[in-house]
Design a protein around this ligand. Sequence first.
Ligand code: DLZ
Length: 158
Amino acid sequence: MATALHHLSDYDPATVPDASNMCFGIVVAEWNPDITGALLSGAMATLKQHGTLPENIHVKTVPGSFELIYGAHQMVLHGGYDAVIVLGSVIRGETPHFDYICQGVTQGIAHLNATQEIPVIYGLLTTNDLQQALDRCGGKLGNKGDECAIDAIKMAKF
Ligand code: DLZ
């Protein structure tokens, strides 16, 4: 979680492997586009900062966060990537829909990690309101996209 103790964009560069020979797939949900667009910008900038060539970062969009599972699975099967990142933002509404989507995506991505050959990095913001999401996509708590990029590089090396 991003808390006062953990800023999403803080990390020790010395612990991050060189990513110049790595290739990444990113799946981005279209719901809450201002949020997911900021997550994507952060992830791409951080991957490039660690050496990944722009042509080795492939981005696909899906309608909503629930479709991140299918999108990631297709990228895992057919992309030839070192790791895949999913980026989405689910904001709590008045119905239990939030819980079903969050649980579904979380379990779906966990299943891919347990059964497939490459890591899938979980970049789903699950927040109670818009401000909490803004705080985590480049606001006061950093950018979850940065964190996902670092995790993707580390897991690709793993
Ligand atoms: C339906 C829905 C709702 C209510 N809220 C969100 C959201 O906050 N974030 C998001 O990424 N997607 C949302 N969706 C869409 C679902 O993820 C999905 O696209 C549809 O249920 C169709 O499968």
